[in-house]
Design a protein. Structure first.
Length: 443
C-alpha cells in the first residue's frame, strides 16, 4: 500500500526532514527532503503573487468617517453636552424631538392650569353667577391645554383670560413665560445651527478621484487636485494629509490604523492655499516621506489609505469648514499627471471642470525615490529636454500661443518623435527607467 505524507507536520520535523515512502511492491523507494520549510502565518505567503484583498476605507470619498462606536457604557456623557447632542442628531430625529418638546411642554402647563381650576373648584362652579374663576372660560382639560398653547405662543384669542384674584395663576403664568422662552431659545437655536452648519459648504469643495505619482523638477512627487465650485472663497484655507496603514513595532505590537503625517508644505507654507482656482497639491517624496523606499512594484503590493483634510473659514459666515476625502492604494496611480483645467480667455481665466479628474500618462521611473536620487547623483539627467510636440504642449502650457515654426524646428521635432515614440509622453531618460514588465534594470 502506498504510504502517504501527512498534510500537516510538527514543528520539530519541518527543518531537514527526510521521510521514506515505500511502494506496495517494495521495489521503489522515494525520499522526500524538506529543507528550510516555512510555517505559514497571516504575514507569510507561500504563493508568489497572493491576491490582495481590498482595504476597508477609514474615510469615505465624501468625507464620512467609516467608524462605529460600540459598547459605549457612559452614555450619560452625551447629556452633559445636550446642545451638541441635539445638533448632531439626524433631521428626522431633530424634527421629532422638536415637536415632542413643545407638545410635552404645553401638556405639562395645561395640566397645571387644569389642576389649579380643579383645586379652586372652578370646574364645579363654572356656570354660577358671581363666581370668579382663576381663568375665565376654562371648564375642562382640553380648554386648559388650549389656554397653555395660547399663553406660551402669545396667540391671545381673548376668550380665556386669567383674573387678578388668582395669585397662584399669576405665579404659574410667570413660570410658563420664562420656561417657554428658554425652550424657544434652545430648540430654535438648535435648528438654526443645524441649518447653517458649515459642513454643507464642504459639498462644493472637490477632490480629484485619483492621486498620481510622477516627477517634478527631477523629484518624485505624490499629487492630488482640489477645487472650489463657489465664487465665494474659503478664507485661510489650509490642507494636510495622513497616511493610514498597519504597522508592527520592534517590540511586536501591532497597530492596525497607524497615522503618519505626509508633508505637503507645512514647513514651507505651501499648505496654506489661495483656493480661487483648482490647485494641485504636491508631496515631495524625500528622506522623510513614508514613500521614500517604495517603488512602483512595492506600492502595488502595499495596503494603505491617504486621508486629506481641507480646512478654512466660510467667507459669508466666518464659520470653520472642513472637507475630507481619501485615496486607497488602488487609487494612487504611478506615472500620471493631471490634465490642466485653466485656460486664458479675454479678460479672465476659464476653469473647465469637465477635466478636473482627468489624467494623462507620463514617462516616470518605476524605481523608488531613494534609488532614483542615488542614481541621479551617479548619472544625472540630460542637460536639456527635447522639444515638446503640439499634442504635449496643451498639457504643459495652455497659455502658450500657437506660433508657426520654421522647417528646421519641424525636422528636429520629427526626429525627436521618432526617437521617443511615447504617444503623448515626455521622455526624460531617467537612469532607472524600466518598463512595468521588465525583470532586470539596464546598466
Amino acid at each position: 500500500m502506498l504510504a502517504t505524507v501527512p498534510s500537516t507536520l510538527s514543528l520539530s520535523g519541518l527543518r531537514h526532514l527526510s521521510e521514506e515512502i515505500e511502494m506496495a511492491d517494495g521495489e521503489l523507494l522515494i525520499w522526500l527532503h524538506l529543507r528550510e520549510a516555512q510555517i505559514p502565518t497571516d504575514r507569510t505567503h507561500l504563493i508568489s503573487d497572493p491576491v490582495k484583498k481590498p482595504r476597508q476605507r477609514y474615510v469615505q470619498k465624501d468625507g464620512k468617517c467609516n467608524v462605529h462606536h460600540g459598547n459605549v457604557q457612559e452614555t450619560y456623557r452625551y447629556l452633559s453636552d445636550l446642545f451638541t447632542t441635539l445638533v448632531d442628531l439626524r433631521w428626522r430625529l431633530s424634527f421629532f424631538i422638536f415637536t415632542l418638546v413643545y407638545v410635552v411642554n404645553w401638556l405639562f402647563f395645561g395640566f397645571l392650569w387644569w389642576l389649579i381650576a380643579l383645586i379652586r373648584g372652578d370646574l364645579l362652579h363654572a356656570d354660577e353667577e358671581g363666581w370668579t374663576p382663576c381663568v375665565e372660560n376654562l371648564n375642562s382639560f382640553v380648554s386648559a391645554f388650549l389656554f397653555s398653547i395660547e399663553t406660551e405662543t402669545t396667540i391671545g384669542y381673548g376668550y380665556r383670560v386669567i383674573t387678578e384674584k388668582c395669585p397662584e395663576g399669576i405665579i404659574l403664568l410667570l413660570v410658563q413665560a420664562i420656561l417657554g422662552s428658554i425652550v424657544n431659545a434652545m430648540m430654535v437655536g438648535c435648528m438654526f445651527v443645524k441649518i447653517s452648519q458649515p459642513k454643507n459648504r464642504a459639498e462644493t469643495l472637490m477632490f480629484s478621484h485619483n492621486a498620481v505619482i510622477s516627477v517634478r523638477d527631477s523629484k518624485m512627487c505624490l499629487m492630488f487636485r482640489v477645487g472650489d465650485l463657489r465664487n465665494s472663497h474659503i478664507v485661510e484655507a489650509s490642507i494636510r494629509a495622513k497616511l493610514i496603514r498597519s504597522q508592527q513595532t520592534k517590540e511586536g505590537e501591532f497597530i492596525p490604523l497607524n497615522q503618519t503625517d505626509i508633508n505637503i508644505g507645512f514647513d514651507t507654507g505651501d499648505d496654506r492655499l489661495f483656493l480661487v482656482s483648482p490647485l494641485i497639491i504636491s508631496h515631495e517624496i524625500n528622506e522623510k516621506s513614508p514613500f521614500w523606499e517604495m517603488s512602483r512594484a512595492q506600492m502595488e503590493k502595499e495596503q494603505f489609505e491617504i486621508v486629506v483634510i481641507l480646512e478654512g473659514m466660510v467667507e459669508a459666515t466666518g464659520m470653520t469648514c472642513q472637507a475630507r476625502s481619501s485615496y486607497l492604494d488602488s487609487e494612487v496611480l504611478w506615472g500620471y499627471r493631471f490634465t490642466p483645467v485653466l485656460s486664458l480667455e479675454k479678460g479672465f481665466y476659464e476653469v473647465d471642470y469637465n477635466n478636473f479628474h482627468d489624467i494623462y500618462e507620463t514617462n516616470t521611473p518605476t524605481c523608488s525615490a531613494k534609488e532614483l536620487s542615488a542614481r541621479l547623483k551617479e548619472s544625472p539627467l540630460l542637460p536639456h529636454l527635447p522639444l515638446l510636440s503640439p499634442d504635449l504642449r496643451q498639457h504643459t502650457d495652455p497659455f502658450s500661443s500657437q506660433t508657426t515654426q520654421d522647417e528646421q524646428e519641424k525636422d528636429d521635432e520629427k526626429d525627436w518623435q521618432a526617437s521617443f515614440p511615447l504617444h503623448g509622453e515626455i521622455s526624460l531618460q531617467y537612469p532607472c527607467n524600466t518598463t512595468p514588465d521588465s525583470s532586470s534594470e539596464p546598466s
